[in-house]
Ligand binder design. Structure first.
Ligand SMILES: Nc1nc2c(ncn2[C@@H]2O[C@H](COP(=O)(O)OP(=O)(O)OP(=O)(O)O)[C@@H](O)[C@H]2O)c(=O)[nH]1
Ligand SMILES: [Mg+2]
Ligand SMILES: [Zn+2]
Length: 303
């Protein structure tokens, strides 16, 4: 026997259908009070804010495998830009836009690195900011999510398995691609393969014929460069020597790309746990090369 169950239908919301708000990432119409998009699960507060301010924000993303340093880099970048009194400056739109910066700086302040980003998209931090630039009267709005490396590579391996990442990659105006400088220097080839996979995926995306992916700027960042001085000395030469696959694909498919090195910690120690585990702890915070990739990306967006 089948027992009856009460199912809430959304038909009562039909009268307000005319007021559907398009999701900022995938453009799907959503009811005004929706928390997340019904198609891609992006937070709808971004779309509501963009609508209220009558802006179409620029979309940027930091891409790279889990553990490459995306959260640390973005948190530090936002903190630096929000405190600058000249040059590029950021101001957050909405309290939620401060969480990534706050969480990163709180962890670093306690001599820890922030937690790994969960794979579930509803737990990612999103940032919606206004960017003030010297010589530009009008500030530019931009949106930047802190996505999980595992989810990103899930989508790269099985396209359309993560709807949000699928739409987000299509929507991005420019990206930071992070690659672990210390691992490359120690001879690991996995990093080069990961990045080649990612860039190959991006170059095959077909969303907007007016803005094919190969015309968008790609800032390649060697992360954790505080532990690998060679990255700072000559990032381009470092790419050629240690990441030949990445080098070639950038040359062939992304005319607007540049190499950078960034590091956030001045010195690190290793904490040993009783169960045999280890954790890297930052002893000093000495950001280097953090703002340069962002400034290059913004210049190359031609906004
Ligand atoms: N020395 C050094 N280590 C870093 C730096 N940035 C990150 N790390 C190390 O890399 C680890 C991972 O950094 P995250 O920023 O959490 O990496 P992620 O790319 O966000 O990883 P997912 O959230 O899993 O995608 C940290 O816990 C640190 O051990 C850096 O600038 N210098
Ligand atoms: Mg992270
Ligand atoms: Zn959506």
């Amino acid at each position: 026997m089948t027992r009856g169950i009460a199912l809430e239908l959304e038909s009562f919301r039909l009268p307000s259908a005319a007021e559907h708000i398009p999701c900022l990432i995938c453009r799907e119409g959503n009811i005004p009070g929706a928390e997340t998009c019904r198609n891609c699960y992006a937070p709808m507060i971004l779309a509501r804010q963009a609508l209220a301010h009558k802006t179409v924000p620029i979309m940027l993303a930091a891409l790279g495998p889990s553990g490459v340093g995306k959260t640390v880099y973005l948190g530090m970048l936002l903190d630096m830009l929000s405190r600058q009194s000249s040059g590029l400056q950021l101001s957050a739109r909405g309290g939620f836009s401060v969480t990534l910066q706050q969480m990163t700086m709180a962890a670093l302040g306690h001599c820890e690195f922030p937690q790994k980003t969960p794979s579930e998209a509803d737990r990612w931090n999103w940032v919606h900011c206004q960017l003030h630039r010297p010589k530009h009267r009008k500030p530019a709005d931009f949106v930047l999510p802190d996505i999980a490396g595992e989810a990103l590579f899930g989508e790269v391996d099985r396209p359309r398995s993560y709807q949000l990442i699928h739409w987000l990659l299509g929507r991005c105006d420019g990206v930071f691609v992070l690659i672990d400088g210390t691992k490359l220097q120690s001879g690991s080839i996995d990093e080069d393969f990961f990045t080649m996979k990612l860039l190959s995926h991006l170059s095959e995306l077909r969303f907007n014929p007016k803005s094919p992916w190969r015309t968008r700027p790609v800032a390649v960042i060697f992360s954790k460069a505080d532990q690998c001085e060679a990255c700072f000395e000559d990032p381009r030469g470092f790419a050629q020597r240690h990441a030949p696959g990445l080098w070639r694909i950038c040359q062939q498919r992304f005319p607007r790309h540049e190499y950078f090195a960034a590091g956030v910690a001045g010195a690190c120690a290793v904490r040993n746990f009783e169960n045999g585990g280890q954790q890297s702890v930052p002893l000093r915070i000495e950001p280097r090369g953090v703002v340069e990739p962002f400034a290059w990306l913004i210049d190359n967006l031609k906004i």
